[in-house]
Design a binder for this molecule. Structure first.
Ligand SMILES: [Ca+2]
Length: 152
């Protein structure tokens, strides 16, 4: 039997399986958040901005307080401790006609330990710092983050 060849007893094998099972969910995908506005705001309206998406991801904005229209942009469970995915509505952020987000103040630090994925692949997303803004986007996490396709 393979386990004996590797030198692992059956109880140790099951312990390893349990460890892997409980270790993996910490990095499992969380919810998905779809940005559908170029605004840089955090207000209860019909649209979800990148700032709101980041606040949702790091748990500083609860999905429960969103308006019904905003809630349609969120699926699954989002918040601190889940590796959420932030995407962009192709109708607002198309490659042919990119959406430009001009930041008024720096975006919240992406410090969810579970990490985050910001995916702007096949989208046109331009992040512009306003004159008062130093660092537009900061990521900090033990699992790290992935940013794809974002133009800074
Ligand atoms: Ca909003």
């Amino acid at each position: 039997m393979l386990l004996k060849q590797v030198g692992i007893s059956i109880p140790v094998f099951f312990l390893l399986v349990l460890l892997i099972f409980f270790a993996v969910p910490a990095q499992a995908h969380g919810g998905e958040i779809l940005v559908n506005s170029t605004a840089d705001s955090n207000s209860r309206d019909s649209f979800l901005t990148l700032r709101e998406a980041i606040l949702l991801d790091i748990g500083k904005l609860a999905a429960s307080v969103l308006t019904p229209s905003e809630k349609t942009q969120v699926s699954g469970t989002v918040g601190e401790g889940t590796r959420d995915q932030i995407g962009f509505d192709p109708l607002i952020f198309s490659v042919e006609s990119p959406g430009i987000i001009t930041l008024s103040i720096p975006l919240p630090r992406l410090d969810d330990p579970a990490g985050v994925e910001i995916n702007a692949r096949d989208r046109g997303v331009i992040l512009k710092d306003g004159e008062e803004v130093g660092k537009g986007l900061m990521i900090q996490g033990t699992v790290g983050g992935i940013i794809q396709g974002l133009r800074l």
